[in-house]
Design a protein around this ligand. Structure first.
Ligand code: SAM
Ligand code: DTB
Ligand code: SF4
Length: 338
């Protein structure tokens, strides 16, 4: 199956417009050609610098412009970050994602972040950081520290973007992503749905990701977590079936990328999450906190994965992922209690 980078708006919209069963069948078929359908990758987040962010992202509890009652915290010490990463590894995560509420990092901040990346990597975890906009030299410094992934989201379509963020442009984001790619760091890039966007905005967000060449290796799909005090608190929630369609279309457009079921899982039923896995999600944020808001309890996630007989992906030597299973994966028996 050819991986394409030339998707048109009409083609993407046509996928969204398929009967639900046809879309899910297509997504699951493509998923099986590229991945073991019964394995999920788990990433744990840590906010290494919290709040007081100068940007005005309308969804974000960390913007200095909104009164959200969030306690701000300066950049953490390296040792405390390494301790949290060790816990995440002990709990079964294979990737540790460190997020900072910055517009962009200062060069002197990067000394500490580089040490964090080096030491977390030395634990045998994959590393990811999300620090805002990056200049080419900054991306190269992070690459030099051995960073595996940089997360920087497009968030939504170019058309809707201006309703959500005014302090940085869509172009700024594409520039940062190009700098990350150029430095040889893998790209983690996705967006948020449930912000009051139109269906065409969700389609165009996915198309923007799918015309990147190469595709982002990791594609987080966040469902808005509504935080009191942010402008998007009270936005009309997305219908859960539309959320599943968004996951499925992401899988069809970017067959070999990890599609991550990201923020918003706490409010999702087990059935909805199971549908998302069927639609091709094969990664999740795992651990009881996202950056500043809640994520499901570990015990709930363990029980869900056991019930579905989904295995957490293990780290293989050299931090590379396990190769996809053969076209017809073995029909293992599920040992979980049904
Ligand atoms: N400050 C950096 C930046 O914006 O690039 C890094 C951290 S920022 C919190 C990372 C991403 O988290 C955002 O791009 C957005 O997609 C997601 N996010 C933030 N607040 C969210 C919320 N309330 N619900 C869902 N996703 C959210
Ligand atoms: C992403 O796409 N989602 C994560 C991660 N990348 C950095 C962040 C979600 C944040 C949710 C709101 C919060 O906890 O502050
Ligand atoms: Fe700042 Fe990132 Fe939140 Fe935007 S999403 S306000 S840049 S922390």
């Amino acid at each position: 199956m050819r991986v394409r980078h030339d998707w048109t708006r009409d083609e993407v919209q046509a996928l969204f417009d398929l009967p639900f069963n046809d879309l899910l069948f297509q997504a699951q078929t493509i998923h099986r050609a590229h991945f073991d359908p019964n394995t999920v990758q788990r990433s744990t987040l840590l906010s290494i610098k919290t709040g007081a962010c100068p940007e005005d992202c309308a969804y974000c509890p960390q913007s200095v412009r909104y009164e959200t009652g969030l306690k701000k915290d300066p950049l953490m010490e390296v040792q405390a970050v390494v301790d949290a990463a060790r816990d995440a590894k002990a709990n079964g995560a294979t990737r540790f994602c460190m997020g900072a509420a910055w517009r962009s990092p200062k060069d002197r901040d990067l000394d500490k972040v580089e040490a964090m990346v080096r030491e977390v990597k030395a634990l045998g975890l994959e590393t990811c950081v999300t620090l805002g906009m990056l200049k080419p030299a900054q991306a190269q410094r992070l690459a030099g520290a051995g960073l595996d992934y940089y997360n920087h989201n497009l968030d939504t379509s170019p058309e809707f973007y201006g309703k959500i963020i005014t302090t940085r442009t869509y172009e700024d984001r594409l520039d940062t992503l190009a700098n990350v790619r150029e430095a040889g760091v893998k790209v983690c890039c996705g967006g948020i749905v449930g912000m009051g966007e139109a269906p065409q905005d969700r389609a165009e967000l996915l198309r923007q990701l799918a015309v990147m060449d190469p595709h982002p290796e990791s594609v987080p799909i966040n469902n808005l977590v509504q935080v009191p005090g942010t402008p998007l608190d009270g936005a009309e929630a997305l219908h859960p079936i539309e959320f599943v369609r968004t996951i499925a279309v992401a899988r069809v457009l970017m067959p070999a990328s990890y599609v991550r079921l990201s923020a918003g899982r706490t409010d999702m039923s087990d059935e909805l999450q199971a549908l998302c896995f069927f639609a091709g999600a094969n990664s999740m944020f795992y651990g009881e906190k996202l950056l500043t808001t809640e994520n499901p309890q570990n015990a709930r996630d363990e029980a869900l994965l056991a019930r579905l007989c989904i295995q957490p992906e293990a780290l293989s030597a050299g931090h590379t992922h396990a190769p996809p299973a053969a076209a017809e994966p073995a029909q293992a028996r599920c040992a979980a209690q049904h």
